[in-house]
Design a protein around this ligand. Structure first.
Ligand code: MG
Length: 345
């Protein structure tokens, strides 16, 4: 029997979840713990308002699964996929909810086997994951300090709004040899994106993410043909069902576990993306080391990783995942390899 051990925006009343480097002052994620045979499996979701998700709705949907879980037992890996599908009618349309459940199941299953989640899900040894660090939109007087924080990262992802401030790209290029990627967050409607792509290419930028909003996806076909740089989908590609619309419109896509519903669909997206000839990036929201560890499992088979979510936190509530010079090192402990940090009283 599986039992829901905990649902909440923290694992402990004294847990805080503050951000040190991102522009938003706080974030409310959902933590979800399943228990079988006295073993705990930890899950997390980072609900995002862009996808009409919020913390309270996710918690309420998860609470509604208590009876369902009492009738379940995790015996084999196939049970994870089965449960992931079966809960959809109870939690739809919340992929964040599915994500929290999926992570808790993968963590629990691997711990019951005494193996890492990566061993159970991928079957092979893991390697460190080079990740980009995000530089959010900030005034020029902050550039110096913000760029200095990125020292050592092999790649930088720069958010550029409709002003397309290429001075910032030049400032980064002058101070670090890191690869530079640009994320427009859909803000470039009405701009000459072909000209922008040429300018960014000449500044050494590697690719552009989500130049237009998903509502303007029909324009992407001609844009991709004219662009001097590869174009990646983020908001335009939430889950497996969006993949078939990607070829011809985007060069690749950004998988986020909370958008698609966890490790289980993310691995399917990765393999389907490969079949379609698309490049694959694994990204994140603001997330603790728990969700980032799950992302790093999927990123083992991806082309790019943008998994700086826990690095951006002042108070990460899990330990076990290491970040060494912009490279994520998964723990070799069973499950997702991280443990909650319970503050002392
Ligand atoms: Mg993005």
């Amino acid at each position: 029997m599986i039992r829901i051990n905990h649902i909440g925006k923290a694992l402990h009343p004294r847990h805080v979840f503050r951000i040190s480097r991102a522009s938003r002052p706080q974030v409310e994620n959902v933590f979800f713990v399943l228990e079988q045979d006295g073993v705990l499996g930890y899950g997390e979701a980072s609900p995002n308002s862009f996808f009409n998700e919020n913390n309270l709705d996710v918690q309420m949907s998860l609470a509604g699964l208590a009876d369902y879980f009492r009738r379940q037992t995790l015996s084999g890996a196939e049970d994870i996929g089965r449960i992931w599908s079966e809960i959809w009618e109870r939690v739809s349309p919340s992929r964040a909810c599915q994500c929290a459940v999926d992570l808790a199941l993968w963590d629990l299953f691997a711990k019951l086997r005494g193996k890492t989640t990566a061993e159970c899900a991928l079957g092979g040894p893991v390697h460190d994951i080079a990740t980009s660090a995000t530089l959010g939109i900030c005034p020029p007087q902050e550039w110096e300090e913000r760029i200095a924080e990125l020292a050592g990262f092999p790649a930088v992802k720069v958010k550029l709004d409709a002003r397309v401030d290429t001075d910032l790209i030049e400032a980064i290029r002058a101070r670090t040899p890191a690869a530079i990627r640009v994320d427009a967050n859909g803000a470039w409607a009405g701009l000459d994106i072909e000209a922008i792509s040429i300018r960014l290419r000449d500044l050494g930028v590697e690719f552009i993410e989500q130049p237009l909003l998903p509502s303007e996806d029909a324009l992407m076909e001609s844009l991709l043909r004219k662009s001097a740089l590869p174009l990646f989908a983020d908001e335009s590609c939430a889950g497996l069902g969006d993949l078939e619309r990607m070829p011809g419109r985007f060069s690749g896509f950004n998988i986020k576990l909370v958008k698609c519903g966890g490790i289980t669909p993310a691995l399917s997206m990765l393999r389907e993306g490969r079949r379609l000839g698309l490049k694959v990036m694994v990204g994140c929201m603001l997330e603790s080391s728990l969700l980032i560890s799950a992302g790093a499992v999927v990123a083992q088979e991806a082309d790019f990783a943008d998994l700086d979510g826990s690095w951006l936190l002042r108070d990460d509530c899990f330990s076990g995942l290491e970040m060494v010079s912009g490279r994520l090192r998964l723990s070799s402990r069973p499950g997702l390899g991280v443990s909650p940090i319970f503050p002392s009283l």
